[in-house]
Design a protein around this ligand. Sequence first.
Ligand SMILES: Nc1ncnc2c1ncn2[C@@H]1O[C@H](COP(=O)(O)OP(=O)(O)OP(=O)(O)O)[C@@H](O)[C@H]1O
Ligand SMILES: [Mg+2]
Length: 489
Amino acid sequence: MGILLGYEVGTGEPVYIPEHHLIATGLTRLSGKTTTLEALIKRSGLRGIIFKTKIGEIDFPDANKLPLFYREKADWLYVEGLLEARLRERLKFERGFIIEVCKGARSLRDVYENIKLRLLKPKLRDFVRKVYTELLAYFELVLPELEKLNFVDRLELKEGLNVMDLTGIPEEVQMLIIHSVLDYIYENERNVILVLPEVWKLCPQGRMTPIKPIAEHLIREGGARGIWLWMDAQDITGVDKRLLKSVDVWLLGRQREINEINRILDQIPLPSKSKPKPEEIMRLPVGFFYTCFRDEVKLVYVQPSWLPTELAVKVAKGELSSENLNEYKPKVEEVDMEKIREVEEKLLEISNLLNKLKNDLEETKEHFNREIKRLEEKIAPLIGRSESIAREVTLESSEIAINVKQTEPTHVNLTTETIAGKIIYCAVNDLEGEFSPIELWGRMVERGWNINPSTLKMNLGQLVKQGLLVRTEKGRYRLPSKVKVNVEG
Ligand SMILES: Nc1ncnc2c1ncn2[C@@H]1O[C@H](COP(=O)(O)OP(=O)(O)OP(=O)(O)O)[C@@H](O)[C@H]1O
Ligand SMILES: [Mg+2]
């Protein structure tokens, strides 16, 4: 049977529209597009997502508030869309260079880092440098904004209306988020209505945006999964024509500009005699839409979700004006100034308290630093003393194994064939204790070893160096006390 739209003007008969892609157009504030789409979602029995992108859009007090959703994506087609959106022109030859910086990237931040590396190369052709510089500038604009938001990576839709509030977020980032949601819904969901606001901005004619490829894909393929695109547009000038061609349900609200009206009428696939007259569109009151689907055209008063049926029928029959229904609209909560003042005072108190705490903390910090410095100065000499005590104590009281390696010779073999051997031989056998070089020379001569005195002195010096003789302070020599000399043969 379809979704109840409202009541036919004149007869008051209910009008149902099929579940399909839809566009609602009409002058801002004077046609009631958002009110219409909200009511339709509620009556469709499907889950619907509305993106709130502009401040001043009506509130949806009973809708499920969706947290911001974003999933990283860095394939080249996506990045190409981003660049085309920035340059406001279609790209022709740059594809290879975009593919290059997307290789291995898992996030836009990765692509950004890749571009920075490429730009370091000195031999880049001018137009490649231009592509990369533009991308870099785009990422420098978008990434900090994107990265300061908190995102979830799963979307949980509730029955009826789900609203994602994107107000206050820069338009470029809004696009990334909307793209991400559309992509996710297409991949993971069935039977969902997606409301695209300001569709001339999101999906313009002749220019790529991050949203356009997925919107075009959804409008072609989504129907099979019960995913419907509903577009909200003040006018359709500049909206991508391929999208419009796939729209089956047209809701035409009040317009003033004749060119815009003609453009809309051109898009409606009906014989001219079935189409509404331009002047009829110019005079439409709020909530009244020429509704075209299949080969039908009906003027309908749309029933807002907040208006009881009998009153909606009355409006359709001309018994009640659609502009006098304020008392039925949901009350935006009255602002309680008394409460606001109370909260403001509390905030002021808290902020004063915080300031005081901050000052106290600073003072305490300074005090501690001073104290620590004073203690450090006092402790420094104690630390020196304790270290030396520790050293003494350690050696005395703990078991320490000290290994000393004997590297000096333990055995020396000499023969009386050498002068050194002759000297030691005489020192052992002919001299007792200390001896002078002359005494030694005398004994050696007695044994028949006639040695030049200076050679003898030189040999004495070498024996002292080897540790086999000791030279006393008086210039005399003796054998080291611990040396045992065996005289063989
Ligand atoms: N069917 C209706 N009957 C009575 N009043 C309506 C109806 N539709 C909308 N209105 C009222 O008209 C005003 C504008 O409605 P709404 O915000 O839905 O318009 P819009 O076309 O989406 O405007 P904008 O382009 O600024 O977003 C609101 O005050 C709303 O309550
Ligand atoms: Mg609106």
